[in-house]
Design a protein around this ligand. Structure first.
Ligand SMILES: *Cc1c(COP(=O)(O)O)cnc(C)c1O
Length: 215
């Protein structure tokens, strides 16, 4: 679908929840090249997401004349942390353990916006913190990692054909987000191409859409 079509769908979904809910779209460009990013940029899209440090670096180099807001959304290996920090992304959405937060904290020279990734469907194959540990871990990062500017939570919805399972994983993440609002959480990043409308209905205020925009 086009960016306009996506915006219209997001608009419809958010108005069904609350006219004050603002939903940010992160266009996930991992399936696509720099020219496609530039094209969407020219249509008005500003936030883009990548899940591999190497590819993020290539796109940043290709597009360094554009003030794009880059989000890192992938599993971050320890040996790639320095390289990622040098690229100075707008946000790292995929902090999935206290250890990773501490590593980034140690190497960062200034605070960086981050989200805590929650494995809300408890899928073995998925990265992310177990939901029961999320609140304690969030608080511990706040207390021990001054260079991690925690702004909220991120999750990938349940990989299922059963809408109820997907909704359950979004509702669980949103309930954790609500409990963290008094600790400064502002972002609830959930919803991808196949489930962003469901995610918005569960209170998401940031969606990460790849396939639907780039294919
Ligand atoms: C790839 C990816 C997306 C986008 O997925 P689509 O199904 O292509 O919309 C969103 N979030 C994360 C973490 C991803 O890796």
């Amino acid at each position: 679908m086009t960016l306009d079509e996506l915006i219209q769908k997001v608009e419809k979904a958010r108005l069904e929840v609350n006219e004050h809910l603002i939903v940010k779209i992160v266009a996930v460009s991992k399936y696509s090249n720099s020219d496609a990013v530039k094209k969407l940029y020219n249509e008005g899209q500003r936030a883009f997401g990548e899940n591999r440090v190497q590819v993020l670096e290539e796109k940043i180099n290709d597009l360094n004349d554009l003030p794009i807001e880059w989000h890192f959304i992938g599993n971050l290996q320890k040996n790639k942390i320095n390289k990622l920090l040098k690229l100075d992304p707008f946000m790292i959405q995929s902090i999935n353990s206290l250890e990773l937060a501490k590593e980034i904290n140690k190497r960062a020279t200034k605070p960086i916006r981050c989200l805590l990734e929650i494995n809300s469907a408890k899928e073995e194959s998925k990265e992310g913190l177990q939901p029961e540990l999320a609140i304690d871990t969030y608080n511990e990062i706040l207390e021990t990692c001054p260079n991690i500017n925690l702004q909220g939570v991120m999750t990938i919805g349940a990989h299922s054909d059963d809408e109820k399972e997907i909704i359950k994983s979004f509702e669980l993440t949103h309930s954790i987000f609500e409990k963290l609002q008094n600790r400064g959480a502002k972002v609830c990043s959930m919803g991808m191409s196949s489930d962003f409308e469901l995610a918005i209905k569960c209170g998401s205020n940031m969606i990460r859409v790849g396939n639907a925009l780039f294919k």
